[in-house]
Design a protein. Structure first.
Length: 134
């Protein structure tokens, strides 16, 4: 992961979320568990992941338009110290969340590049960053 925001999300959310998602997956193995309720929970998780993925895609398309409008803008982002994490993947949803973090990392890097080159206003930049982080 390259951006500071993504590293914070990994530290803040991923491990505890991965454990919760693993518990959800393992709950199917026990008798007396309400499987329709588990299905609804998993559908809500899938829906949330899809919604965030759509939001990131929309924001990346907007950034691409801004970069294309300014021919001398530098799109490639190079970070001084990208970080590699070894994160356990304990469920399919944890894997989907990790993929989502990589997409968010790409967005954070490009959004910061656009902001630093004056392609987005500070309030728009910070609002979009918050929107993805939350």
């Amino acid at each position: 992961l390259a951006s500071q925001e993504s590293r914070r999300l990994i530290r803040r959310d991923y491990l505890s979320l991965s454990k919760m998602l693993h518990t959800l997956t393992r709950a199917r193995e026990y008798k007396g568990i309400d499987h329709p309720a588990l299905n609804r929970i998993e559908e809500q998780i899938d829906a949330k992941i899809s919604a965030v993925r759509e939001l990131i895609t929309t924001r990346l398309l907007d950034l691409a338009k801004r970069f294309n409008a300014k021919p001398d803008a530098i799109v490639e982002v190079i970070h001084a110290r990208p970080t590699v994490y070894e994160a356990p993947i304990a469920s399919p949803h944890a894997n989907a969340y990790l993929d989502l973090l990589f997409e968010a990392d790409n967005f954070f890097s490009r959004a910061k590049a656009a902001w630093l080159q004056g392609l987005t206003k500070p309030q728009d930049h910070h609002g979009r960053m918050r929107e993805i982080k939350n």
